[in-house]
Design a protein. Structure first.
Length: 170
């Protein structure tokens, strides 16, 4: 019997971690994608999802935000979603390191997995984050437009977090 098949059977029977058939020590099999995730990949999934959750919890969305708080919220919202996406991709078996440090490559990869609308939103949020960090006259739209984008970022982040966790736990 192939080791990956044996481990999948053990997973179904509730015998996770039986070392005799684990192809790579410390690996996990993800039934959804059939991917074997090495322990380093497992740490990457958990680390990115944990960081994303910590960041998104600190994003303030309120009519009473100061300019500083609004700019800070965009930075935290984008990086929360960025790390949630990295965790999600690791959980699906994508070698995230191969994407390099280019945000656009991550955006493109997420679009492949979650569709054009998600990819477009991720790019828009990246641009809002970039402008909020570097453009002094950025805060020109009505506050409600910014708050709407932040609320959407929060919803998207929690969706990606939940999906990444489900993929990883299977």
């Amino acid at each position: 019997m192939r080791a990956d098949v044996a481990q999948l059977v053990e997973h179904v029977l509730g015998k996770d971690g039986v070392s005799g058939s684990i192809p790579l020590i410390g690996s996990r099999v993800l039934e959804v994608t059939g991917v074997v995730l090495e322990s380093s990949g497992s740490k990457n999934v958990q680390g990115h999802l944990r960081l994303a959750e910590g960041l998104i919890k600190t994003v303030k969305v309120s009519e009473a935000l100061s300019e500083y708080e609004l700019r800070n919220a965009f930075s935290r919202a984008y990086y929360a979603l960025f790390h949630a996406c990295r965790g999600y991709l690791w959980a699906t078996g994508v070698d995230v390191e191969s994407l390099g440090r280019k945000h656009g490559r991550l955006h493109d990869e997420m679009e492949k997995w979650l569709g054009k609308a998600f990819g477009d939103f991720l790019r828009k949020l990246y641009e809002s984050r970039r402008k909020s960090d570097y453009v002094p006259e950025w805060n020109q739209l009505p506050l409600e437009k910014y708050l709407e984008e932040l609320r959407t970022a929060q919803m998207q982040c929690y969706f990606v977090l939940g999906t990444g966790r489900r993929l990883f736990s299977n």
